[in-house]
Design a protein. Sequence first.
Length: 236
Amino acid sequence: MQSFAVILMCGWLVCPADAAEWSGKGEFGLVVARGNSETETLNLGLQFERKSEKWRNSLKMTALRASDDGELNAERYTLGYKSGYNFNEKSYLFGALRYDQDEFSSYDYQTSLAVGYGRQLLDNDTHKLSMEIGPGVRRAEPVDPLEATETNVIGRLSSDYAWTISETAALTNNLLVEAGSNNTFAENELALNVAINSRFALKLSGAVRHNTDVDPGVEKTDTLTTANLVYKFGEQ
């Protein structure tokens, strides 16, 4: 974990503070039901972005915890960092690091490191679309202590799309695929953001994640629907 922190710090600092624009947002969602059933769902998110003429850096953290009648039925933590070097306005090289811990999957955790090529396909006032592709390596620790840790080469594909519908509404779609010989992980999130004012917004999102290799009795596909309050900070 110490080397992981060093990578994050170095990638963040290569973007000079006096030349970079940074922004961020925090998300919070809480659902509590009492009566015939007792359910609690808490989800949190924090994201930072920092850009300059030559560099683009992003850091994203999420947490999810849900219980039903006092029994925990969902617990997930993710951490992702990405740094890219711009060749020009459309093309860049990137390095991406991801950590995923899902207590209700077949893996205690999955962590991956990938490098590759990114391209800004659309960039105007209405539509923005970028895609990335490249090789990497993934390490996965099975929940079963009798199973060996899996380390294999992967291919990483991702896309980020944003559609500005109006001055107060925007639709986003984020896709990530990590394909390897032992397991292919895929996640897609579709979200509608409605601004309340310059800082606060409501976010309605639906996310689907899929693992091709799971233990018996474990579902390959998970879905998550959330309604969050979002606070934006930094450069607007």
